[in-house]
Design a protein around this ligand. Structure first.
Ligand code: PGA
Length: 264
């Protein structure tokens, strides 16, 4: 089963419009050298106020693919109304997004997002024709107490609850151990692959083997140009969600380039 890899940059709460524009230009000029067939699915997730500085780049070779796609970092599950500070799926789509990251550990930890909220968001995103990037991951304490697999399995079951197999197949999951995010210490590639295989097994259980074979499951947590080849060489890692190293065009482009060599 061949799944097209995804290299996604999560810019988090960084960059003003002029910096976002410069970073976008650095990435877009790099991906323009290739066709979408050669590239992984490249996705960038700026802050909402910078979505006007970036845009999706369709491929011009007739393959119907996209060289660069845009993601929102969050959304609300309602379509409009009295939800101060929130944006809806339709608004993200209107601003040019085709993916939305949900359930990032920073949202769960600092903004008290629950599995139930993440499930509602996933359903709203899929109903709106966009692709959710659903994050999951364990804390260091959870890992040390040996509950990593059961914790992540329960996050995935909750996030996918009530979603059709067809929609699950289109979705993206990002396994991001919390202790590896922003620490410079990425999870050992074979261990990340083991957990991702376990996640694929949970997806097979809730949505069937065909959805499990199609869904793309990324690794995130201190991914760098020096780690990506080993990560992409694993059987079940379908790409990366990248924070720090996505904020410089040079390092992000190097990750894309290395992914093309190993996995596309
Ligand atoms: P990092 O962040 O690459 O800076 O560790 C990854 C993420 O939080 O998505």
């Amino acid at each position: 089963m061949s799944r097209k890899p995804i290299i996604a940059g999560n810019w988090k709460m960084n960059l003003l419009q002029s910096d976002a524009k410069a970073l976008y230009e650095g990435i877009s000029s790099f991906v323009s050298n290739y066709s979408a067939v050669q590239l992984p699915s490249v996705v960038i997730a700026p802050v909402f106020t910078c979505l006007n500085q970036v845009k999706e780049i369709p491929c011009d070779c007739g393959c119907n693919g996209t060289k660069l796609a845009v993601a929102a970092q969050n959304c609300h599950w309602e379509s409009s109304g009295a939800y101060t500070g929130e944006i809806s799926v339709e608004m993200a789509k209107d601003a040019g997004c085709s993916y939305i990251i949900i359930g990032h550990s920073e949202r769960r930890q600092y903004f008290s997002e629950t599995d139930e909220m993440i499930n509602k968001k996933a359903k709203a995103i899929l109903a709106g024709g966009l692709i959710p990037i659903i994050c999951c991951g364990e804390s260091l304490e959870q890992r040390e107490s040996g509950i990593t697999d059961s914790w992540i399995a329960s996050q995935i079951r909750a996030a996918l609850d009530g979603i059709s197999s067809e929609d699950v197949a289109k979705s993206v999951i990002a396994y991001e151990p919390i202790w590896a995010i922003g620490t410079g210490k990425s999870c050992d590639a074979t261990e990340a692959n083991r957990v991702i295989k376990m996640i694929r097994g949970v997806v097979a259980d809730v949505a069937g083997q065909s959805a499990a074979d199609s869904i793309r499951i990324l690794y995130g947590g201190s991914v760098k140009p020096s780690t990506i080849e080993e990560q992409m060489a694993q059987s079940d890692i379908d790409g990366a969600l990248i924070g720090g190293a996505s904020l410089k065009a040079d390092s992000f482009n190097e990750i894309i380039e290395k992914t093309m060599k190993v996995a596309v």
